[in-house]
Design a protein. Structure first.
Length: 195
């Protein structure tokens, strides 16, 4: 049975381009929530719907921004604000916000506390304690590190193999001869095995 499609009160029907834009926004936010290991489809759909409504409200004042970007900004903002409230810690910069999202995973929010995700207070004490201890644990071990490229050090066997490989690359006749000798050895081995 087909239900007549009626636009929501006060909202004009979307053009085909706008539908595609908001479909991309939906897919982006849904994928992000799934990357946070949320598996409850009803919860994800509800959260995505709420985030898209907020993004659509922003689209009125920021018409040049694509809906997908607005939706992802709203998702990140909503998660950061909620995490800040749960942890009772200021998450001023991106690094602290990333630590907050890591705390979500370490605290077992996807497995144990999905129904609590992005809900208003009050939260269960066990959940808040788990989030706070996970947030503290996510700190020192994940300090910002810089990695500088270092030359590859090979032992004698590795150095010999590297030189041999370079020879094979520079001299195709040596490569063909090696392949021929290898093939002959395999053929001789098979001959003696089966005959």
């Amino acid at each position: 049975m087909d239900l007549p499609h009626q636009p929501l009160a006060g909202i004009a029907p979307l053009s085909p381009d706008a539908k595609e834009e908001w479909e991309e926004a939906y897919a982006a936010v849904e994928a992000y929530l799934q990357a946070l290991r949320l598996r409850n489809r009803l919860l994800i759909a509800e959260l995505v719907r709420r985030i898209l409504w907020q993004a659509a409200a922003r689209k009125v004042s920021e018409p040049d921004k694509p809906g997908r970007i607005l939706a992802m900004e709203e998702a990140l903002s909503e998660i950061a604000t909620w995490t800040q409230q749960v942890l009772d810690e200021p998450l001023e910069n991106r690094r602290l916000a990333a630590r907050g999202r890591l705390a979500l995973l370490l605290a077992g929010v996807p497995e144990k506390w999905q129904g609590t995700f992005l809900t208003p207070a009050p939260w269960p004490d066990e959940f808040v304690e788990s989030m706070r201890s996970s947030y503290l644990a996510a700190g020192p071990r994940f300090a910002e590190l810089t990695m500088r490229p270092q030359p590859l050090e090979l032992n004698a066997l590795g150095t010999g193999a590297a030189q041999w490989w370079e020879t094979m690359e520079r001299r195709p006749i040596v490569r063909i001869m090696f392949a021929g000798v290898l093939l002959a050895l395999v053929a001789i081995g098979l001959w003696f095995t089966f005959f």
